[in-house]
Design a protein around this ligand. Structure first.
Ligand code: HEM
Ligand code: HEM
Length: 221
């Protein structure tokens, strides 16, 4: 009897953690109100897999083709998932809760370096803008990668209007090659800024933001 009750409690606990419901359960208090759940499992798993995929795509630089493109397609899939999750996901994953103006981002950063930064449970204003910038740069890179391969999902008429031909594989003359390289470099620059921002905010607010991206929890106050 006791064993059944214990099993039921365990199942309920797992469901609460992984179901990632549409409402605000991601920020529900955990253990005596000291910790709150901020990042749901899909955001966390997606983040670390994205890191592996981006690193793979940047290191392989086109060759071996299969590995490079598999990583690139993963990134494209992540972008589609994150756009959906930004609308239908739990509270802190939703765009409406972290989209901020560049002015708010600048003010947050200025306050942070002067030691009076406001702590945010979800993304800070520059953190939110970084998510958007990364999503745009990743779409552009993955999209131009596919276009280079002649696998653009564009209708033929639009493809002709833009003078994109189905050139087959690895064409050095593809008009998209330079955009692909430039946007990949942009991703790298954004990632460096992102890591710097995470370090700065972790120090400024005296909290381990990387650990929060692993276990999903942050201090309530
Ligand atoms: C290729 C490298 C990386 C990419 C593309 C990337 C991308 C992202 C994205 C898109 C988010 C938003 C998560 C979401 O709302 O779904 C995020 C958040 C975050 N990332 Fe990364 N990331 C990278 C590397 C790293 C590394 C190396 C670290 C650790 C040092 C890190 C730590 C974090 C943390 C702590 C957050 C949450 C930030 C916050 O509290 O607002 N990321 N990252
Ligand atoms: C967002 C993820 C991606 C990143 C970060 C990325 C990054 C890169 C980089 C840095 C290069 C070397 C550019 C140069 O030096 O000219 C490259 C080349 C290439 N990428 Fe990607 N890529 C991504 C996605 C894709 C996808 C989805 C495809 C195709 C389906 C693709 C196809 C190619 C091809 C064919 C080349 C060789 C171009 C050439 O030099 O002829 N990439 N990529």
């Amino acid at each position: 009897m006791k064993r059944t009750t214990l099993t039921m409690i365990m199942v309920a606990a797992i469901m609460t953690d992984t179901a990632a419901p549409i409402a605000d359960a991601s920020s529900e208090p955990v253990s005596h109100n000291k910790w709150v759940r901020v990042w749901d499992p899909l955001v966390r798993i997606g983040h670390w897999l994205l890191l592996v995929a981006i690193a793979t795509a940047l290191i392989t630089r086109g060759e071996p083709e299969t590995l490079h493109q598999a990583a690139g397609y993963f990134v494209a899939g992540y972008v589609v998932f994150r756009l959906f999750w930004g609308i239908a996901g739990p509270k802190h994953a939703r765009f409406e809760n972290f989209l901020a103006s560049p002015f708010a981002a600048f003010r947050y950063l200025a306050d942070l370096v002067s030691g009076k930064g406001t702590r945010h449970i979800g993304h800070s204003p520059p953190g939110g803008l970084m998510v958007i910038a990364l999503l745009i740069a990743m779409s552009l890179t993955a999209g131009t990668g596919m276009a280079m391969e002649g696998r653009t999902p564009m209708p033929a008429a639009l493809q002709n209007a833009l003078h994109i031909e189905d050139r087959g594989r690895d064409d050095d003359d593809s008009p998209w090659e330079e955009v692909h390289e430039a946007s990949a470099n942009l991703i790298l620059a954004l990632v460096i800024l992102h890591i710097g921002g995470v370090a700065l905010a972790s120090i400024g607010h005296r909290e381990n933001l990387v650990r929060a991206m692993v276990d999903g929890k942050k201090r309530a106050a």
